[in-house]
Design a protein around this ligand. Structure first.
Ligand SMILES: NC(=O)c1ccc[n+]([C@@H]2O[C@H](COP(=O)([O-])OP(=O)(O)OC[C@H]3O[C@@H](n4cnc5c(N)ncnc54)[C@H](OP(=O)(O)O)[C@@H]3O)[C@@H](O)[C@H]2O)c1
Length: 324
């Protein structure tokens, strides 16, 4: 069995990892570290776990686990790894943006690999440290990678994406407060969202010219999921575009091309990404949908763990969508 530890266990992505790992056939959840809840039951933070496990949060780590997931806010993973040392054999999977960019990917003796399996599967299989992608970054890259590979992103790309409130973490804020968020919608960080860096690096990895990315993130009136639309000039043949996406994702376990327009509930509570293409005059519109806490975070982290340990890629990730 793979012994796993979780740091930041009372948060949203930490809670989602606990749920996944308790049900993973090849994993034994060894410890869940918390700065605020050591000694308390996991269900004290995650009420749905009542009756599922007797594990309690700890204030100590087991340095010899096979894999540790860091579910901390930006900057805190670096700090935590400076103060706590794991064995040479322990695989690190970090969910923050501390190690995602190439310039940040080397930390002490660890070389972090960007954990988007649709792009980096071979490197992930041989990695000891993974920088798990951001949620918006996952949805947007999966929408655009085939175009980038075929040198079809030379013109400006306009991206609009809407996320659920869990994307902002468990700590309440003015814009996650029910009275504000309910029946409401708004944009934030127009054209400057922090995920643009990792998106740009991946799209540029094919060596082709990439046009300007205009990204408008929105806060949606729901708790989980991301629906992203991206459009750009495209003078090619629509059937060829579909073929290009089908080919790019031929071996992708969780990314699927839909003939029909897609919506969020198809993917919520799953590790899937659904993609739909639509052509209008000389514009190609690509829509992608993911669950921000699964394919956008903890599900993708488990997918990466499966690849690192040579397991079936979808082990423990055969989940059921909510559908309605
Ligand atoms: N939410 C998403 O949809 C999503 C998607 C992709 C990536 N991410 C990224 O994943 C990371 C975790 O996100 P999240 O939404 O799970 O955040 P969260 O709900 O705010 O949880 C973070 C947890 O970190 C712990 N913590 C806080 N300060 C700490 C410190 N100084 N040292 C150690 N632990 C500390 C806290 O748990 P304890 O009180 O138990 O210690 C807190 O509950 C973030 O970097 C986020 O950007 C999030």
């Amino acid at each position: 069995m793979i012994k796993a530890g979780i740091i930041g266990g009372s948060g949203y992505t930490g809670g989602e990892l606990i749920r996944l790992l308790l049900n993973h056939q090849a994993v034994e959840l060894d410890f869940v570290y918390s700065t605020t809840r050591a000694g308390k039951s996991l269900s004290s933070a995650h009420g749905d776990l009542l009756g599922q496990t007797n594990l309690k949060f700890t204030g100590d780590i087991n340095a010899d686990v096979s894999v540790v997931f860091l579910c901390l806010g930006h900057g805190n993973s670096t700090q935590f790894l400076k103060e706590n040392h794991f064995s040479e054999e322990t695989v690190l999977i970090d969910l923050s943006n501390d190690f995602r960019l190439q310039d940040d990917s080397k930390f002490e003796s660890n070389q972090f690999i960007y954990g988007l399996p649709e792009l980096n599967k071979n490197k992930i299989e041989n990695a000891k440290a993974i920088a798990n992608p951001g949620c918006f970054a996952t949805a947007i890259q999966l929408a655009l990678l085939p175009l980038a590979q075929h040198n079809l992103l030379q013109e400006a790309v306009h991206i609009n994406a809407v996320t659920g409130s869990t994307g902002a973490g468990i700590k309440p804020s003015a814009t996650t407060h029910f009275s504000w968020r309910n029946n409401n919608v708004s944009w934030y960080k127009p054209f400057t969202h922090q995920h643009l860096g990792e998106i740009g690096e991946s799209l540029n990895s094919f060596g082709n010219k990439i046009g300007k990315l205009h990204f408008l993130p929105n806060r949606g009136n729901f708790s989980r999921g991301i629906l992203a639309t991206a459009y750009t000039k495209f003078e090619g043949n629509f059937e060829e575009a579909i073929q290009m996406y089908e080919t790019f994702y031929k071996h992708a376990q969780f990314t699927h091309i839909s003939d029909e327009p897609i919506h969020l509930k198809q993917v919520v509570n799953t590790n899937n990404c659904h993609i739909h293409l639509h052509k209008h005059d000389d514009v190609l519109l690509v829509t992608s949908a993911i669950d921000n806490l699964l394919k956008g975070a903890s599900g993708q982290a488990v997918q990466n763990m499966n690849l690192v340990f040579g397991l079936e890629e979808d082990l423990g990730l055969q989940l059921k969508s909510i559908a309605f």
